[in-house]
Design a protein around this ligand. Structure first.
Ligand code: SAM
Length: 173
């Protein structure tokens, strides 16, 4: 299953840290790319540094506008899953979403335009309470991959963690 994440509506500076965390979760939980608008270019450098140390080729793509990206991705066969606390219960749609070949997960920051709800194939809630796009994204990515994302390796890593019962065990090239 190919998964990409579209971050929309982030406010300059104010949302930089959250957007970085959205990107880190997307990478660590098996997505191949994050597409984002109006963002601090340092986020790209941060993720490049993480890839260099910890492996993989997760990409950050700067876009001009989310409307065009949504339309293009739908044309390319992506099912669009928009994370919103107003959406359907994730337990009711996770199996169907998990069977999609390509999934574009949309996360918001400030108020999300109605159009996004209309363009989405799934409006999905990770619980019907407000929380965070970081946690909502993690829950969705875990549910659709049923944990398999954590068994994947990140090629070309300079540092690899050897899971251990206690302490820190790290292999270094
Ligand atoms: N107030 C905004 C609105 O009404 O659209 C949402 C702000 S919230 C901090 C930012 C993003 O977190 C949302 O756009 C959504 O993607 C995600 N989010 C927060 N709580 C969620 C939940 N319970 N389920 C799914 N996504 C959630």
């Amino acid at each position: 299953m190919k998964i990409e994440v579209l971050r929309i509506g982030q406010r300059l500076v104010r949302d930089d840290r959250v957007t970085t965390h959205v990107a880190l979760v997307a990478r660590a939980f098996g997505a191949s790319k994050i597409l984002m608008t109006e963002v601090n270019p340092e986020i790209k450098d941060t993720i490049t540094g993480v890839n260099q140390t910890w492996g993989g080729d997760f990409r950050v793509e700067m876009i001009d506008g989310w409307r065009q990206v949504l339309a293009e991705k739908k044309k390319d066969g992506y099912a669009v899953a928009h994370l919103s606390m107003y959406g359907q219960k994730i337990g009711d749609v996770q199996e169907k979403m998990g069977a999609e070949e390509r999934l574009l997960v949309v996360v918001g920051a400030e108020k999300v335009p109605r159009e996004v709800y209309e363009m989405a194939d799934y409006n999905v809630a990770a619980g019907s309470q407000p929380h965070s796009e970081v946690s909502a994204l993690a829950v969705l990515l875990d549910r659709v991959q049923q944990g398999a994302q954590f068994d994947r390796s990140f090629s070309g890593a300079k540092r690899r963690i050897i899971p251990s019962e206690n302490g820190k065990s790290v292999e270094q090239d």
